[in-house]
Design a protein around this ligand. Structure first.
Ligand SMILES: NC(=O)c1ccc[n+]([C@@H]2O[C@H](COP(=O)([O-])OP(=O)(O)OC[C@H]3O[C@@H](n4cnc5c(N)ncnc54)[C@H](O)[C@@H]3O)[C@@H](O)[C@H]2O)c1
Length: 248
């Protein structure tokens, strides 16, 4: 246990599994109290946090549901008194060519990855403004920098959350709120192992400078930097944590 986030209150969307779970556990281990929002039960994440003597509350909340995002912010304030950190992590990544992306699929990807980021952010900003401080981290993707084919709707959302962060960084700077992004490379999570085969995952490793599969813990250093006072003079930026894939 460290104390880089001692006394801080953090909300993580999509916290039941994968990157969101690892990020939640890591922030709790640094002293933050967590609200874990997910479509599915995040009890496993709560158990991991409590096993390390941390504090967390899990709520079922769909990021596309405006009322659920408002109530997510209320839960954090009622339970812990404030909101210091929001990690916009919930996301889906169906791999589809442009011809196979029907309008419903397009709306679903935009709805969760982009509108969800908007709704969660809008829900927390008033209390961050009132406190005169806040850290928002949007989870983008290395695919935006690589122009990965067969995923144009997804890649569009992952560029859009960078655009949103850059604009909000300017808009909210005077309120003491920093808005940055982490762009992961292909990372082993339940979402990836359920949808992306070994062959593609091996192919990505060959594109990286660091020749092994990325795991969520590889991004914890970037996350703790962007959610702690270490990054107080940095906003509107993207940390690409992908083993060098987009560089090659
Ligand atoms: N894993 C990767 O390779 C990778 C690479 C780049 C970016 N990302 C991004 O990182 C984030 C997390 O990815 P992951 O691989 O950990 O995913 P994952 O599928 O393993 O976990 C995502 C979590 O989000 C939740 N979720 C999905 N829709 C939701 C909604 N509408 N409301 C609330 N929660 C919802 C799921 O229930 C799940 O618990 C996503 O935004 C993804 O686009 C992942």
């Amino acid at each position: 246990m460290g104390d880089r986030l001692k006394g801080e209150v953090a909300i993580v969307t999509g916290a039941a599994a994968g990157i969101g779970q690892a990020f939640s556990v890591a922030m709790a281990a640094e002293g933050a109290s967590l609200v874990l929002a997910d479509l599915v039960n995040a009890d496993e994440t709560v158990a991991k946090i409590e096993a390390a003597s941390g504090k967390a509350i899990a709520i079922i909340a769909d990021v596309t549901d405006e009322a659920a995002m408002t109530s997510m912010a209320s839960v954090a304030i009622e339970a812990f008194g404030k909101i210091d950190i929001l990690v916009n992590n919930a996301g889906i990544y169906p791999l589809k060519s442009i011809e196979d992306t029907d309008l419903d699929t397009w709306h679903r990807i935009i709805g969760i990855n982009l509108t969800g980021t908007f709704l969660a952010t809008r829900a927390v900003v008033p209390s961050m403004k009132q406190a005169g401080k806040g850290k928002i981290v949007n989870i983008s993707s290395g695919t935006f920098f690589m122009g990965t084919p067969g995923a144009s709707a997804y890649v569009a959302t992952k560029g859009a959350v960078i655009g949103m962060a850059r604009s909000l960084a300017s808009e909210l700077g005077d309120d003491g709120i920093q808005v940055n992004c982490i762009a992961p490379g292909l990372t082993t999570t339940p979402g990836v192992t359920g949808g992306i085969g070994n062959e593609m995952r091996d192919a990505v490793v060959t594109m990286q400078s660091v020749k092994r599969r990325e795991v969520p813990e590889d991004m914890v250093g970037a996350l703790l930097f962007l959610t702690s006072s270490d990054s107080d003079f940095m906003t509107g930026q993207v940390m690409l944590v992908d083993g060098g894939a987009a560089n090659n």
